[in-house]
Design a protein around this ligand. Structure first.
Ligand SMILES: O=c1ccn([C@@H]2O[C@H](COP(=O)(O)OP(=O)(O)O)[C@@H](O)[C@H]2O)c(=O)[nH]1
Length: 554
């Protein structure tokens, strides 16, 4: 039995798909796996006979009982990929491992219609390698049935560092990407944290951008390393932003291999990995990233670099790829226990659970809360192609809604969600459970007896606690009479870096209650992701309490 791996040729040298496939094949060869080269061409130019002959050539060294690791997509069209799968299946006792690099239907909205066909192709795999757990969830929701699924986790980036030196501490973001695809670059105006961009300089340049020209890999990594700062993984286009929740970004591995700490969206498929390994900043907005970089000390930066340096050795030497390829072969050929580690759970658990009001309040004893209104959810799903304030808020909300599992933040939603709403949201809503958002107006939302109980439980949350209220205007209320102390900061609609610093300083050792509208969600998320307990109870709570107490007998 021999193991083979497909490898792409014929695309331009700067194609990430080509770079990634060539790298995986190179690592596979170190494991004794032989290469089956595939040339990049439009499959439609072949007749059926020509395609068969082409595949015969690719499979020249493949025999009965062999294993094919198929790196997909080939970008030769799905028809070619399916023909290749059929060809493997035509050999007696052959085995097929499909290594999914990208899912074209989730990458580009115009290709969405291909999803059922792609999943039908993946379903023919004996073992499937997917980029992330989030990708597995979304594919299972849409019909993936393969039982043996492995998660790649992160992209390696082979790099034989010629001379190691510490990246210098600079308040700067490096970004590898074309501004035509990543339009946020054109609007970047934070001169205090310039972006160093690896792309050709446009006719009209942006003063907040330093233009480093595109560089080949061999020059890119030393250049990133020498210039220091942070590597940015970001996308503001709505469909691409969602795709980054499922896919693993190649540039993430590139920055880390060069020794740079990274900045990623809170919803990024690798957000947990960055957080757990202390590899950089996980943020909900670029404003927050700029703020955090401006307030970071040189010592904190060096600590991040030290964690990156250790972790990146795995990437520089291709250990994630080696690991997943070896596991895939074990998984094919060995019974449990190895395979138990990866046993596919049922799809039911991918449907989020909705906590009732009681469970929600109990959960808040040890958690933060971000409470989204129906208007927020509608904004999240509205099409905003223009870079404007609504688009920026929608981007932040998508990050907030997908704060990684394990984050001590409860998201609550207005209930009950209709079946149609749940179907609309299921692609983007990845948390295991959500709270009952009606606690923001107990009197308006519940019968009197229940509202009374809810207010009692809310008040128990801050009983004898030092409270910081973040409000739209100065509030007079006895809702917080049980607290040990109450401080208030009146917030402007768009919170500045200076005000955020003031809030963070005032919040130390306190429970923070955010009594603001939509702007409150991002503020709550910024505070909660840095370890502060914060309850985003909304702008209507105090008025609701006034209405509630007005009808109480004296
Ligand atoms: O000047 C450049 C720009 C890009 N790249 C390569 O292209 C990758 C980024 O490509 P892409 O944005 O397609 O990757 P993604 O992060 O979206 O997966 C980087 O990691 C590099 O390996 C490069 O070598 N030189």
């Amino acid at each position: 039995m021999k193991v083979h791996i497909t490898n792409l040729y014929g695309q331009s040298a700067d194609s990430t798909a080509l770079i990634a496939q060539n790298m995986v094949a190179k690592i596979a060869q170190q494991l004794g796996i032989s290469e089956a080269g595939i040339y990049n061409y439009p499959v439609k130019s072949d007749t059926a006979g020509e395609l068969t002959k082409r595949l015969d050539g690719i499979f020249a060294s493949f025999a009965q009982g062999d294993i094919m690791i198929f790196q997909t997509p080939t970008w030769n069209d799905l028809e070619f990929d399916q023909a290749l799968i059929n060809h493997v299946k035509a050999y007696r006792d052959s085995k097929l491992i499909i290594f999914v690099h990208d899912v074209i239907a989730l990458m580009f909205e115009t290709n969405r219609y291909l999803l059922p066909k792609l999943i039908a192709a993946y379903n023919q795999a004996d073992v499937l390698i997917l980029p992330s757990e989030n990708m597995r969830r979304v594919l299972v929701k849409h019909g993936l049935q393969v039982k043996k699924v492995l998660i790649q986790g992160v992209w390696d980036h082979l790099y034989d560092c010629p001379q190691w030196f510490k990246p210098p501490f600079k308040r700067q973001l490096s970004f590898i990407g074309n501004p035509q695809k990543f339009s946020f670059i054109n609007d970047w105006s934070t001169a205090a944290v310039p972006i160093r961009l690896y792309a050709a300089q446009p006719a009209v340049s942006n003063p907040a951008i330093t233009y480093a020209k595109p560089l080949p890999d061999v020059a890119l990594l030393p250049d990133l390393q020498q210039n220091g700062g942070f590597g940015l993984v970001w996308g503001t286009d709505r469909y691409w932003h969602e795709y980054m929740m499922y896919s693993t970004s190649f540039k993430l591995g590139t920055y880390l291999a060069a020794g740079l700490p990274v900045v990623v969206d809170a919803s990024n498929a690798n957000a947990d990995l960055v957080r757990q390994n202390h590899l950089g900043l996980v943020v909900v907005s670029l404003d927050e990233a700029a703020y955090q970089i401006q307030t970071l000390s040189a010592a904190e930066y060096q600590e991040l670099c030290a964690s990156v340096d250790q972790f990146a050795e795995l990437l520089r030497q291709g250990y994630f790829t080696k690991h997943v390829l070896i596991d895939a072969i074990f998984y094919l050929l060995q019974a449990p226990p190895t395979s138990q580690l990866y046993a596919l759970q049922t799809s039911q658990q991918f449907q989020p659970r909705f906590l009732n009001i009681q469970q929600t309040l109990t959960h808040l004893e040890s958690s933060s809360l971000i409470n989204l209104s129906l208007a927020d959810i509608q904004l999240l799903h509205s099409e905003t192609s223009q870079p404007n304030a609504a688009a920026a808020l929608a981007h932040e909300l998508l990050n907030i809604v997908n704060l990684p599992a394990g984050q001590p933040v409860l998201l609550s939603l207005p209930q009950p969600l209709t079946q149609t709403e749940q179907e609309t949201f299921q692609v983007t809503f990845n948390a295991a459970f959500y709270g009952d958002g009606r606690l923001n107006q107990p009197f308006a939302n519940f019968p009197l007896a229940q509202a009374t109980e809810i207010y009692q439980q809310l008040q128990q949350l801050w009983e004898k606690q030092d409270l910081l209220l973040l409000t739209e205007r100065h509030l007079e209320t006895n809702l917080f009479a049980q607290a040990a102390s109450v401080a208030q900061i009146v917030c402007s609609p768009r919170i500045s870096a200076a005000q955020l610093a003031e809030i963070k300083a005032a919040a130390k050792q306190k429970l923070v209650l955010v009594l603001l509208g939509s702007a409150g969600h991002r503020l709550a998320a910024v505070l909660a992701t840095t370890g502060q307990q914060v309850l985003d109870l909304g702008a209507q709570l105090v008025e609701d309490y006034a209405n509630f107490t007005a009808i109480q007998p004296n």
